[in-house]
Ligand binder design. Structure first.
Ligand SMILES: NC(=O)c1ccc[n+]([C@@H]2O[C@H](COP(=O)([O-])OP(=O)(O)OC[C@H]3O[C@@H](n4cnc5c(N)ncnc54)[C@H](OP(=O)(O)O)[C@@H]3O)[C@@H](O)[C@H]2O)c1
Length: 332
């Protein structure tokens, strides 16, 4: 079916309707249709001579991203918490992408001391960083605490990536054009921004903690984009749609059984994050993307985030990660 001749208003309308009809937009039906009109691919050598870190790259969407970045010519730093998996994943990419430059990095993103140690070591090894993708994710059913006492989804989705971004800022600045991408989820639409119990001490529920922290990622990415406005570092968040990955098999087995024929493959799930880093498109406040197009951060009936609530999030994230908070008033 060739839909490339449709007028832009028609494709925008169709695209928006699919976005709200989740099953159509988030599955492979959505990407299958949108690829007829979505923005052009990156140049095949767009990332030659550039350096990209993919955090959470030993499985699923992150591994597919690392492969796509390598195919676009980047030196890919494939970061995972399990050394054997990091080694196996690097080997798999070297085997499938001729001439791939892949470097394995071991770091548990949820462990803030480990993030401090790894970023120090990394900064001693490389001069600049063009792309940083925060993809590590999980959804445990029970409330799990990290070694440092943080709820693990908060630590993995929010605290670790925030700290990593802060500490890699000099390398991102040195690149002369860098992108930071947070891999969130469409599930974030189901949650308000909750700032009075970041560690989910009351009434923990794995799916709700996931949605809350994925919402925080979108707000945090937008706040980072404001903080870095006027510099040559772009910050975005995106969601990959519904993708068949080891994570979905582990955390949402029933959902997977019901939806499997329609789930996207991992390369499809990785597409928008890779495209954002490789093409660095202009973006507007919100900075939230899906299928190569900016999307609303709230649906029509939801209120936009209250700037005071956003500021409370930023202050707490700064305090919990021991990072500067002078910039957190930007949105108040
Ligand atoms: N699949 C979907 O339909 C879907 C939908 C919306 C959003 N997402 C988001 O997409 C991202 C990738 O999801 P996925 O489905 O590909 O998940 P996955 O198959 O479970 O892969 C997750 C990756 O993150 C790594 N990871 C988890 N915790 C980590 C930590 N503390 N430090 C370093 N790495 C860590 C995992 O490492 P190990 O191999 O060591 O576990 C694995 O490499 C997640 O952020 C998820 O929320 C996925």
């Amino acid at each position: 079916m060739d839909l490339s001749g449709l007028a832009r208003p028609a494709t925008e309308l169709l695209d928006g309707v699919m976005d709200r009809a989740l099953v159509v937009g988030y599955t492979k039906i959505g990407s299958g249709l949108r690829r007829h009109w979505w923005a052009a691919d990156a140049d095949p050598q767009a990332l030659l001579g550039k350096r990209v870190v993919v955090a959470g790259a030993t499985a699923g969407i992150g591994l597919a991203m690392a492969r796509s970045f390598a195919a676009l010519g980047a030196t890919v730093h494939l970061l995972g918490r399990n050394p054997e998996k990091v080694e196996t994943s690097c080997a798999a990419i070297r085997e499938s992408v001729a001439g791939a430059h892949v470097v394995g990095e071991v770091c548990d993103v949820s462990d803030l001391d480990a993030v401090r140690d790894w970023t120090t070591d990394f900064a001693n090894r490389v001069p600049a960083l063009n792309g940083l993708v925060h993809n590590a994710g999980l959804m445990p059913k029970d409330r799990v605490l990290t070694r440092e006492g943080h709820e693990v989804q908060l630590a993995t989705h929010v605290l670790g990536p925030h700290l990593m971004t802060e500490r890699l800022l000099p390398l991102l600045r040195a690149a002369g054009g860098a992108s930071v991408v947070w891999v969130s989820s469409g599930g974030m639409y189901s949650s308000p921004l909750v700032v009075d119990d970041l560690e989910f001490r009351r009434g923990y529920n794995g799916v709700r903690a996931y949605a809350r922290t994925k919402k925080m990622q979108v707000v945090l990415a937008d706040s980072w984009a404001r903080r870095l406005a006027g510099t040559d570092i772009r910050v975005e968040s995106m969601h990959p749609g519904w993708v068949d990955t080891p994570g979905v098999a582990e955390y949402l087995p029933r959902f997977r059984v019901l939806t499997r024929p329609l789930l996207r493959d991992v390369a499809d799930g990785a597409d928008t994050a890779v495209w954002l880093v490789a093409t660095r498109p202009e973006s507007k406040p919100g900075h939230f993307w899906h299928d190569r197009r900016q999307r609303p951060t709230t649906f029509g009936w939801q209120r936009h985030e209250n700037p005071v609530t956003v500021r409370r999030l930023l202050e707490q994230v700064s305090r919990l990660t021991g990072t500067p908070d002078e910039w957190t008033g930007l949105r108040a």
